[in-house]
Design a protein around this ligand. Structure first.
Ligand code: NI
Length: 191
């Protein structure tokens, strides 16, 4: 009798988790992220960069923009703090900001911005089409809010952990504190 009850409870837990997962996917715009997200973007040297550039390294990828009033600075600080918590274990991790605002985020602005968070952080930009294609691969969404030069960008704020083989390992929800992010990454690093 007890085993039956355990089995039923276990099934209920699985059902709830599956439902949560589905909701999470739908909540992120309905795009299911690609197993190996592809992108073609430009770095601060004006070089074309694809996902293949970073094979062999872990990546923490975030979509945002330098004019963001609060969400991006908070998220990028969280990434920086998590890397500090991880210490030398973070040596194989490259934090990357992909701009969703190529109109204002020149490579110069982007480079100065990411350097303020970490000397290791990389800023990538591209044409609007390249950025849209990259965002779709990760299931990230964004939308311009306002006209002229005085506008904001609404955007999803998840952090994507990419494995050395290019696979998307996990999506870390917005609002995860630095310690939580560090723990999640440490788990995937295997300790
Ligand atoms: Ni932002």
């Amino acid at each position: 009798m007890r085993n039956w009850r355990k089995a039923i409870v276990a099934l209920a837990v699985v059902a709830v988790l599956a439902g949560f997962q589905l909701q999470h996917l739908l909540g992120s715009g309905g795009h299911q992220a690609a197993a190996v997200p592809r992108f073609t973007l430009t770095d601060h040297h004006g070089r074309t960069i694809t996902e293949a550039e970073y094979r062999g390294q872990y990546l923490l990828i975030y979509f945002g923009y330098t004019f963001c009033p609060d969400v991006c600075p908070t998220s990028l600080s969280t990434i920086t703090e998590a890397l500090e918590i991880l210490g030398t274990r973070a040596d194989t991790i490259v934090p990357i900001l992909i701009s969703v605002d190529p109109q204002r985020d020149s490579t110069e602005i982007l480079t100065d911005y990411v350097a303020a968070f970490s000397p290791r952080m990389v800023g990538l930009t591209g044409t609007p089409e390249q950025i849209e294609a990259a965002a779709q691969q990760f299931g990230a969404i964004y939308a311009r809010n306002g006209d002229g030069t005085d506008y904001t960008m609404d955007h999803s704020a998840s952090i994507y952990l990419i494995a050395p083989d290019g696979r998307l390992v996990t999506t870390i929800p917005h609002g995860t504190p630095p310690r939580g992010l560090a723990d999640m990454v440490a788990l995937k690093l295997g300790g």
